[in-house]
Design a protein around this ligand. Structure first.
Ligand code: LLP
Length: 471
């Protein structure tokens, strides 16, 4: 596996470098008469003035409507093949109390991957029975807390976990519903780091081992096996990989059904979004139909009833709802093999968006505080960190007169930006602001330098010696 991120293919200059491609920007985003970007009815300059930059902005209505549309798409598709579906929101993409409430309001269940995510979901009022708990290395305490809270399902990820969950459930006097995560062997067409169902990686167990592990699960009175689970990767644009994976899973599902009924099949998340105008994800309705049809065909061939389905999208729901606002600090023309490239430095960087450095992700940047008639320049948007790989947008085209003080917006940052944020270089993490109907409110507070200092025991604990441990 390569350890370096890929480099996005160079895109040509857009016809209008001020234009907001509706495929990439949150639905309804537009420019006001002054040329300012408006998201959720609030203009970027007002947001920056009130909350500062960098700033994560999430359009609540877009997040809600994408959740509702996804649920409707899968419900229709499932009904068309005579079954039902649960759509979990994958909290790893971005989880906060407000987001949990939006998702549960829209009828989604919640998928968590750690005790921390579970705690947020519970604190926000998610019904434990509508939470799925993932993780390839859940601690005993995470398992015990999940069981005690009455979590809906635990997704078993390894053979050794069967006994851990079984014992925790029997100690708690419960019968715990569990799924088994398997690798279907399908390589999703996406960045290698994001493809998780091929064999040489840490998640799940190999498909040929599934029958043995399920037999073990079924031998425990404290476990209730509800079905197989597979997640083939992320940022996938069509149904083909899911369909192939479903077919492979269903042959094992059919074998397992010959022993006892298997009510469910969970095909994970991974539906892609447009980060730039070059991305063409299929509409979620088309993907849902494609998967449901493939499931129905395979079940007919195998002579098993169509199971209840479950999916776990994260990015496709919250990603397009988010925009990050930055203030431009410096602009530097740099000669490159492709001609002059302007390095536009902003006041955040890899601490608020690691995806470009980590995955070679491509993004779209636009001036947010104004429009300009100047021709477009090729720019690279970089951050303020002490690292040349600190790139936010590998390349895009923005008006030539971009200057210090301008606000810059980067689109489609709702997923895996805040959730992967760090304090590299002791940069405090920015707040997250939800916008809706012209109103902005903080949904996650930003950090301050005082917050960072307060966690530094060498600075905040004044009688250091008193805390020493002696042998
Ligand atoms: N279910 C499982 C078991 C998963 O592992 C994931 C993502 C999802 C659902 C949700 O996938 P989504 O629909 O959001 O693609 N940090 C990477 C993505 C890592 C995805 C990890 N698992 C990125 O920034 O692209």
């Amino acid at each position: 596996m390569s350890s370096s991120a890929s480099v996005p293919a160079l895109r040509g200059a857009p016809a209008d470098p001020n234009a907001l491609d509706p495929k990439v920007w949150p639905e309804g985003a537009h420019r006001d008469e002054a040329g300012r970007l408006v998201v959720g009815g609030v203009d970027a300059a007002a947001l920056a003035a009130r909350f500062g930059t960098p700033l994560y902005v999430v359009d609540e209505q877009v997040a809600r409507s994408r959740a509702a549309r996804t649920r409707a798409a899968f419900e229709r598709a499932a009904a068309s093949v005579g079954t039902s579906v649960t759509v979990y929101y994958a909290g790893k993409a971005f989880l906060s109390g407000a987001v949990v409430r939006w998702m549960t309001d829209e009828g989604l269940a919640i998928d968590v991957a750690t005790g921390g995510e579970f705690a947020v979901a519970l604190a926000a009022g998610a019904e434990p029975a509508r939470i799925g708990f993932h993780g390839n290395n859940k601690s005993l305490s995470e398992i015990e807390r999940a069981v005690a809270a009455g979590v809906g399902t635990i997704i078993i990820d390894s053979e050794v976990e069967v006994r851990r969950v079984a014992d925790a459930a029997s100690r708690a006097g419960r019968v715990q519903r569990v799924r088994l995560r398997v690798n279907s062997g399908v390589h999703a067409s996406t960045h290698e780091f994001l493809a998780t169902a091929h064999e040489d990686q840490k998640f799940g167990i190999a498909l040929p081992d599934a029958a043995r592990v399920v037999a073990d699960i079924r031998s425990h009175d404290s476990l209730d096996f509800v079905g197989l689970h597979c997640h083939i990767g992320s940022q996938i644009f069509d149904a083909a990989g899911f369909a192939e994976s479903a077919e492979r899973l269903l042959s094992v599902h059919a074998e397992l059904s010959a022993v006892a009924p298997v009510p469910e099949l969970n095909l994970g998340g991974g539906f892609g979004i447009a980060y730039t105008e070059a991305d063409e994800p299929a509409p979620i309705e088309e993907i849902a139909d494609g998967i449901a049809r493939a499931v129905a065909r395979a079940c007919e061939r195998l002579g098993v009833p169509v199971p209840r389905l479950a999916f776990e999208p994260g990015r496709s729901i919250i990603g397009p709802a988010g925009v990050t606002l930055y203030t431009v600090g410096t602009v530097k023309p740099v000669p490159t093999d492709e001609g002059w490239r302007h390095y536009v430095s902003v006041d955040g960087g890899m601490s608020d968006n690691i995806r470009t450095a980590m995955y070679g992700a491509a993004y779209t940047a636009r001036l947010a505080s104004r429009v300009s008639d100047e021709p477009a320049s090729l720019v690279r948007v970089v951050g303020k960190h002490c690292e040349s790989g600190d790139v936010v947008v590998d390349h895009d085209w923005i008006p030539h007169d971009v200057a210090p003080g301008d606000l810059l917006a980067v689109a489609a940052t709702g997923a895996y930006c805040w959730s992967l944020a760090s304090n590299y270089n002791h940069v405090p993490r920015p707040p997250v602001v939800a916008v809706s109907g012209g109103v902005a409110r903080v949904i996650v507070h930003g950090e301050t330098e005082e917050d960072l200092l307060a966690r530094d025991a060498g600075l905040s604990d004044h009688d250091d010696d008193a805390h020493g441990v002696t042998a």
